[in-house]
Design a protein around this ligand. Structure first.
Ligand SMILES: [Zn+2]
Length: 113
């Protein structure tokens, strides 16, 4: 049979409760992933742990996965808040943010030429 049946329910069916992390390959509950509106299934491809470790790459390369997770417990659980805070700041300081972007663009042009 060429037409293989899809194991996953079609969109509109029951949302999945678990997800396989692209980085570590573990199957985790969706709560272990960050919500992401742009993503097809509404969650990031990487679990929160992997996201955090990637984010702290220099430390990870020096000290390893477990070490990063151990010290990062607080940051990790508050990362969503930090991102939200940044988003809010941008929304409230649009002009300022635009100016900053312009500065950076100008600097890039300057460096290039
Ligand atoms: Zn992972």
């Amino acid at each position: 049979m060429t037409n293989s049946t899809n194991i996953n329910p079609p969109s509109g069916g029951t949302p999945p409760t678990t997800k396989t992390c692209k980085e570590c390959g573990s199957i985790k509950p969706v709560e272990a992933f960050y919500a992401r509106k742009e993503a097809k299934d509404g969650y990031t491809k990487l679990c929160k742990d992997c996201y955090y470790v990637k984010y702290r790459r220099p430390q990870y390369e020096r000290e390893g996965y477990e070490a990063v997770l151990a010290v990062g417990e607080y940051d990790r659980t508050h990362m969503e808040e930090t991102v939200e805070r940044k988003k809010r700041w941008y929304a409230e300081h649009k002009e300022e943010a635009k100016e900053k972007q312009k500065d950076r663009a100008a600097l890039r042009r300057y460096v290039k030429s």
